[in-house]
Design a protein around this ligand. Structure first.
Ligand code: NAD
Length: 508
C-alpha cells in the first residue's frame, strides 16, 4: 500500500486486471516532492505492449461488468465514497507531498472529487431511457442507454485526485471499464485512489492504471478496443489527442489550457474583489485551469487595485507545504517550471509592462518556490496576456469601460472562464451574455467546475462535443439505442378484442 510517506526507492506500480504489478520498461521518470526538491519515487514509462496488456484486461472485464445491474454498479460508488471520506486526510497529505499544494487545497480537491462519486451514485436515475408509445399505429419506440466500452482517461499534474475522479466514477457506473493514464509527475495519488477503489470491491479489469508518456498514450488511443478518450491537460496535447483519437474512430473529449480574465468594475467593493482576485490568481500557486491570470481594471480604479493586490500578495505565507497548515501558497511542480514561470517577468518588462511585485525570491532549501508576482500596464497583445503562464503571475490590464474589457477578453484564443466583480446588475448581465468563455463568475472569483454541471470550456480550452461532468458526462459515457416494436394480435386483425377472451378453445 502506498502511503503519504512513499520512500525514495518506491517504484510506482501498474494496476493490471486487479493486480498491482511492476513494469518491465527500461524507461523511468522521477517523482518529486516539490516542497523539498527531492526525488520520492520512480514512475515507469510503460511500453506499448504494457499499454496493450491493460486494454486487454479492461476489454475482458467489459461483458460481465456491463451486464451487472446498474444499482450494483452504483453501490460500488457508495462504498468508495465511504473509503474516500475515511482516508481523506492521508490522501490529502499524499497529494501535498507529490504536488506541493497546501493541505487545505488538497482536501478541497478531494471534496470536489467525492462530489463526482456522489453524482455517480445517482446514475441509476440518470441513465434511464425514454419511451414514445404508439409513435405510429401499434408501434412503440424507446431509447435506451448502453455503455460505450473500454474508456481511457489521460490526466494532468495539477489535480492528481480530482481530475481522474471527474471521469472514472461516471464511466464505471455507466457500465464501462476504465484505464487511467495519470500524469507521470503525480502518479502516487492515482495509485492510492486505485487501491481504495479495489478495496471498495471493484472487480478485476474494471479499473486499471498504466503510467507513461507519449509512447504509452499513443498505444492506448490507437488500440482498436478503446472506445472513448477523456483528456485534460495543455492545449497543444488536447488538440493532438483529439485529432488522433477522432481519426482512429473514438469519441473524444479533450479539455485544454486557459487564460482566464477577471474584470473589476469601478462600482465593485474593492477590498472584496482584491481578496477574491488574489485567491483566484495565486491559489494552488496559479497552477489551475480556472486560475485568473488577467485582471482588467475598468475606469479609474487601476492604481488602487494594483496597490491592494501587491499588499495582499506580499502578506501571503509562501513555503513548503508538508506537515503544516500555516502556508498560503506552496511550490510549483518542477524546477524547470519555476524557471519558465519566472522568465515571464523579464519578457513582460521587455515588452513595456511594469513589474509591480517581483516574486523571484530566495528561500531556504531546494523547493521549487516562487512568491506571487503582479505585472502592471499590460496590453492585450503582449505575451504575458496571450500565453498560459500556469504559475503565480497576475497581469493587470486597464480598460476604459466594460465594452473594452469584454473586447480584451475576446482577444484570447482560450475560453475556460471569466469573472466580473460589480454591484451593477446590468453590467453583470452584459458580461454574462457577451463574454467568450464557457464558465462565468459573477462576484465569484473561480466559477469552479462542479459535479452536477458540465465543465463548459470554449474555444481552444476544449475540443469535442460533450464536456466532462454533469449530464454531458452521462451522454459521453453511454451510447443510445432506439428500438421500434410492434406486436401482433395472436388471432389476426381483431383490434379492440381482449386477447384472452377471444382465445379459441383448444381442440380436443
Ligand atoms: P500536459 O498536457 O503536459 O499533460 C497532460 C497529460 O498528457 C499527462 O498525463 C501527460 O503524460 C500526457 N502527455 C503530455 N504530453 C503528451 C504527448 N505529447 N502525447 C500524449 N500524451 C501526452 O499538461 P500538464 O502540464 O500535466 O497540466 C497542465 C495543463 O493542463 C495546463 O495547460 C492546464 O490549463 C491544463 N488543465 C486543463 C483543465 C481543464 O479542465 N480545461 C484542467 C486541469 C488542467
Amino acid at each position: 500500500m502506498l502511503d503519504s510517506k512513499a520512500s525514495p526507492t518506491t517504484n510506482v506500480p501498474v494496476l493490471d486486471n486487479g493486480r498491482w504489478t511492476s513494469s518491465a520498461t527500461t524507461r523511468w521518470g522521477d517523482v518529486y516532492n516539490p516542497s523539498q526538491g527531492t526525488v520520492i519515487a520512480r514512475v515507469p514509462l510503460c511500453t506499448a505492449d504494457e499499454a496493450a496488456g491493460v486494454v486487454a484486461a479492461a476489454n475482458s472485464a467489459l461483458e460481465e461488468w456491463s451486464a451487472t445491474p446498474v444499482i450494483e454498479r452504483a453501490r460500488l460508488m457508495f462504498r468508495y465514497r465511504e473509503l474516500l471520506e475515511r482516508n481523506l486526510n492521508d490522501l490529502a497529505r499524499l497529494i501535498t507531498r507529490e504536488h506541493g499544494k497546501t493541505l487545505a487545497e488538497s482536501r478541497a480537491e478531494i471534496r470536489r472529487g467525492i462530489e463526482v462519486v456522489e453524482f455517480a451514485c445517482g446514475i441509476p436515475s440518470l441513465i434511464m431511457g425514454r419511451t414514445a408509445p404508439n409513435l405510429a399505429t401499434n408501434i412503440d419506440a424507446d431509447i435506451e442507454r448502453h455503455p460505450v466500452g473500454v474508456c481511457l482517461g489521460i490526466t494532468p499534474f495539477n489535480f492528481p485526485a480530482m481530475v481522474p475522479m471527474w471521469m472514472f466514477p461516471v464511466a464505471i457506473v455507466c457500465g464501462n471499464t476504465f484505464i487511467l493514464k495519470p500524469s507521470e509527475k503525480v502518479p502516487l495519488t492515482a495509485v492510492r485512489i486505485g487501491e481504495l477503489l479495489t478495496e471498495a470491491g471493484c472487480p478485476p479489469g474494471v479499473f486499471n492504471i498504466v503510467h507513461g508518456d507519449r509512447e504509452c498514450v499513443d498505444a492506448l488511443i490507437n488500440h482498436p478496443s478503446v472506445a472513448a478518450v477523456s483528456f485534460v491537460g495543455s492545449t497543444p496535447v488536447a488538440q493532438s489527442i483529439y485529432q488522433t483519437g477522432t481519426q482512429a474512430g473514438k469519441r473524444v473529449q479533450a479539455a485544454g489550457g486557459a487564460k482566464n480574465h477577471f474584470v473589476i468594475m469601478p462600482d465593485a467593493d474593492l477590498k472584496i474583489a482584491v481578496k477574491a482576485l488574489a485567491e483566484a490568481a495565486f491559489g494552488c500557486a496559479g497552477q489551475r485551469c480556472m486560475a485568473s491570470s488577467i485582471a482588467i481594471a475598468v475606469g479609474p480604479i487601476g492604481d488602487e487595485l494594483v496597490e491592494g493586490l501587491c499588499d495582499y500578495a506580499t502578506k501571503m505565507r509562501v513555503g513548503p507545504t508538508e506537515d503544516t497548515e500555516e502556508v498560503d501558497m506552496g511550490p510549483v511542480i518542477r524546477r524547470s517550471e519555476q524557471e519558465r514561470i519566472a522568465s515571464y517577468l523579464d519578457i513582460a518588462q521587455g515588452e513595456g509592462a511594469t513589474v509591480a511585485l517581483d516574486g523571484r525570491a530566495e528561500f531556504e532549501g531546494d523547493g521549487f518556490l516562487l512568491r506571487p508576482s503582479v505585472i502592471d500596464n499590460v496590453r492585450p497583445e503582449m505575451r504575458v496576456a496571450t500565453e498560459e503562464i500556469f504559475g503565480p503571475v497576475l497581469s493587470v490590464i486597464r480598460a476604459q469601460n466594460l465594452d473594452e474589457a469584454i473586447a480584451f477578453n475576446k482577444h484570447s484564443r482560450f475560453g475556460n472562464g471569466a469573472s466580473i466583480y460589480t454591484s451593477n446588475g446590468f453590467a453583470a448581465r452584459e458580461f454574462q451574455r457577451r463574454s467568450p468563455a464557457g464558465m462565468i463568475g459573477i462576484n465569484v472569483g473561480v466559477p469552479a467546475p462542479m459535479a452536477w454541471l458540465p465543465f463548459t470550456g470554449w474555444n481552444q480550452s476544449f475540443y469535442g462535443d460533450l464536456h466532462i461532468q454533469g449530464e454531458e458526462a452521462i451522454d459521453f459515457y453511454t451510447r443510445k439505442k432506439v428500438t421500434m416494436s410492434r406486436w401482433f394480435h395472436p388471432h389476426g386483425d381483431t383490434a379492440g378484442d381482449s386477447i384472452w377472451n377471444s382465445a379459441p378453445s383448444k381442440k380436443t
